[in-house]
Write a protein that binds this ligand. Structure first.
Ligand SMILES: C[S@@+](CC[C@H](N)C(=O)[O-])C[C@H]1O[C@@H](n2cnc3c(N)ncnc32)[C@H](O)[C@@H]1O
Length: 191
């Protein structure tokens, strides 16, 4: 079966975002990255913090293997309820309501799209939750023309934390000319 350029569940979740006035969904460039990463772990545990209306979840879902599981968490009850409806027919998907730490019992993660809690408030824990070889994706960074990025405020410091973490092999990829994502693999078990 051909892979749709934009999966129908992504369109459903994008519609929900419009209805809810939610403007923080991931862009489609990031979505395609999420699908690729999810597809690379066909029997894996795929996690997302910050479901929003389910757009990123739907992209992850579009790459989800038959033997994989997808767990996502959103602290805004109404958003979580709406997003859950998009995946109600697929038992591989769990949409949790509450703080991102509800994800912890489902760790270690083969894929972790850290897009709500954790990314800024507990980055060390985020890395600890990855399985050996697990892939972390973080978006919404502002690319810097130089390497290493300059320490100019919280965003760059955070980016540098992930890019230089000793347990990660990390790369920054442009998702648009003015935004970037970090993709990192946990390498603790291979050194
Ligand atoms: C950038 S948006 C998520 C977008 C979504 N991942 C996507 O790709 O379409 C961030 C979401 O994280 C949620 N959030 C923020 N802090 C959180 C926390 N500590 N626990 C759970 N959800 C959180 C917000 O309510 C918001 O809906």
């Amino acid at each position: 079966m051909a892979v749709r350029a934009v999966p129908s569940r992504v369109e459903d979740a994008e519609r929900l975002a419009v209805e809810a006035g939610f403007e923080k969904s991931c862009i489609r460039e990031v979505g395609r990255l999420l699908r690729t990463v999810a597809a690379s772990k066909p029997g894996g545990v795929v996690a997302e913090s910050g479901t929003g209306s389910g757009v990123g979840t739907a992209w992850l879902h579009s790459g989800l293997g038959e033997g994989a599981r997808l767990v996502t968490v959103e602290r805004e009850e109404e958003l979580a309820r709406r997003a859950a409806g998009v995946f109600a027919d697929d038992r591989r998907v769990s949409v949790l309501t509450g703080d991102w730490r509800l994800l912890e019992p489902h760790a270690p993660f083969d894929v972790f799209f850290c897009d709500g809690g954790g990314k800024r408030d507990d980055p060390r824990r985020v890395v600890d939750l990855l399985a050996p070889g697990g892939i972390l994706v973080l978006d919404d960074f502002t690319p810097s023309a130089q390497w290493p990025p300059r320490f100019e405020g919280e965003v760059d410091e955070l980016r540098l934390f992930y890019l230089t973490h000793p347990d990660l092999d990390a790369a920054e990829v442009l998702t648009t000319p003015t935004s970037s994502a970090i993709v990192a693999a946990q390498r603790r078990a291979t050194r």
